[in-house]
Design a protein around this ligand. Structure first.
Ligand code: CFM
Length: 529
């Protein structure tokens, strides 16, 4: 094992060491499997979120024309209110409730006597004041513990007010991270929304799955796709609407940007509606160009192919000067990335464009397939936590199933499009000698920073400031620190500008890390010697 990894793990007690060792790979010497999607050991300062965060905050949060009601104590709603920067634009006559925080504000007496009454009262208030097309109810931990029947309330709401009402039993404790919440949201979306409205696309049509319009990313992606001539039926769920999602099954191809959060829908749509999916990456110039070319190969229409090359050439010309400037400034710098379940991979490509080398990358809650590629899925060992989340069994829906390409054609295309219905994961794209860490905790983050000394650490709000106090620049890859978009061609320039500005600010040289001035407490982890 690599000396740096060894010295970080060294502090742990035998029990903790044994656990954490399986989550850290040094790509110089080890290419074996990584342990992922497992419960964090109690006592670790993990950066993971909960199941409710993945369902309510991540997948459902960006849908603008529905009311998203949190059934639980006020803190759950409050802390998931407006922090993800999933932007939305509204057309005349369309509802937009994204800026609101709806909560049933459960208190102690509701926990004792039941919260359904309060839930029904909140729904009545929502209908009276906002009259939305649909209400989604998301439950948080105490609701699951006391057993409020949110699905019965949803059924009653439908009859009473003649509106759509869907219940999401996404109590925070389910699963081991927000990943469980993605799955629960995916299951309900496929069951209750997709496939409920018919529509005939006007030209080659796609859905963009796993794109949440953080900082305006999907607007930049859509701009490019529209220039080429594609019709976008639905973006799930960035700037999303329930109407668009209902029609999604009419598209010819599903583009999957974030594999982790939405691969379930992609797979289920394939079975139910015959929709082929393509793993894309619209982050980083090489990523976008190869994704656009893969799409052109799939549609195999000479007009689209020619237009794809035209648009690529024009867009590249447009950003050439800026990208060269930033590349000059950034070449030779090193970076560490620690994000949720897909960005630590995607942003490595953009960093490559700018000459920045990745020395460490990790995911909070990704599964082994996101690290190692989908071919490892059959070998993933299930534990009790994983079995807690329902795996929907879906079937072909006669009358709605459309085969735009035959299975033989798809198999043929897979020979030249490696990402067609496939994701090869993050690790194959990383250089030898770099380090991969799953569920990186606060202690490890600080230690790796000290030892690897990256010029920049891309992460989130929980560790940004401790890193910066250590004199290392940190940019948030979840929220983009009030900036963005970073996707697409124009996004690459924004990213280059922000990283350059950050690195060239003299502030980091003035910061003296606390451990450089005073001795720090020594302790052991796990309560053992
Ligand atoms: Fe997918 Fe995301 Fe991510 Fe994610 Fe997230 Fe996010 Fe993320 Mo924050 S859906 S896995 S649960 S790309 S909110 S937009 S940035 S941790 S890497």
């Amino acid at each position: 094992m690599n000396k740096v990894v060894d010295s970080v793990l060294d502090k742990y007690s035998a029990k903790v060491y044994k656990n954490r060792k399986k989550h850290i790979l040094d790509l110089e010497n080890e290419t074996e499997e990584i342990d992922a999607n497992r419960r964090t050991m109690p006592g670790m300062l993990t950066h993971r979120g909960c199941c409710y965060a993945g369902c309510k905050g991540v997948v459902l949060g960006p849908i603008k024309d529905i009311v998203l009601l949190t059934h639980g104590p006020i803190g759950c709603g409050y802390y998931s209110w407006g922090t993800r920067r999933n932007k939305a634009s509204v057309q005349e006559g369309e509802g937009n409730f994204i800026q609101y925080c709806f909560s049933t504000n459960l208190g102690e007496s509701d926990i004792v006597f039941g919260g359904e009454k309060k839930l029904k009262a909140a729904i009545k208030e929502i209908v009276d004041i906002f009259d939305p097309k649909a209400i989604f109810i998301c439950s948080t931990c105490p609701v699951g513990l006391i057993g409020d029947d949110i699905s019965a309330v949803a059924e009653e709401t439908k009859k009473l007010y003649n509106i759509e009402c869907i219940s999401f039993p996404c109590e925070g404790y389910k699963g081991v991270s927000q990943s469980a919440g993605h799955h629960i949201a995916n299951n309900k979306i496929i069951k209750s929304i997709i496939g409920t409205k018919e529509y005939t696309p006007k030209t080659h049509s796609v859905n963009i799955l796993g794109e949440y319009n953080i900082g305006g990313d999907s607007w930049e992606i859509e701009r490019v796709l529209k220039r080429i001539g594609y019709e976008i039926i639905s973006v799930m769920t960035g700037n999303g609407s329930i109407d668009e999602m209902s029609k999604a099954h009419n598209a010819e191809l599903n583009l999957v940007q974030c594999h982790r959060s939405i691969n379930y829908i992609a797979e289920m749509m394939k079975i139910q509606y015959g929709t082929t999916w393509l793993k894309v990456n619209f982050i980083g110039v090489d990523g976008i160009v190869s994704s656009l070319r893969d799409m052109a190969k799939f549609f195999n229409d000479p007009a689209i192919t020619a237009r794809t090359e035209e648009v690529i050439a024009e867009e590249l010309e447009d950003i050439k000067e800026d990208m060269e400037y930033y590349k000059n400034k950034l070449t030779g710098k090193t970076a560490a990335l620690y994000v949720g379940g897909s960005r630590a991979h995607h942003y490595q490509l953009l960093l490559n464009d700018l000459g920045v080398e990745t020395v460490l990358a990790g995911f909070e809650f990704a599964h082994r397939d996101d690290y190692e590629g989908r071919e490892v899925i059959p070998t993933i060992v299930e534990d009790a936590d994983l079995k807690n989340i329902e795996v929907l069994q879906v079937e072909k829906i006669e009358g709605k199933y459309k085969e735009f390409k035959s299975e033989e054609e798809i198999e043929e295309l897979k020979k030249t499009i490696t990402d067609l219905e496939n994701y090869e994961g993050m690790m194959p794209d990383m250089t030898k000698g770099s380090i991969v860490v799953d569920d990186l905790n606060q202690y490890e983050a600080e230690e790796f920073i000290k030892k690897l000394k990256p010029d920049i650490f891309f992460t989130g709000i929980k560790d940004k400031y401790t890193i910066q106090k250590g004199g290392v620049l940190s940019r948030q890859l979840h929220s983009y620190d009030y900036s963005g978009p970073y996707a697409g061609f124009k996004g690459a320039v924004n990213f280059g500008r922000d990283v350059t500005m950050g690195l060239y600010t003299p502030a980091w040289g003035f910061t003296v890390a606390p451990w450089k001035k005073e001795s720090i407490l020594e302790g052991t982890f796990g309560g053992e010697a």
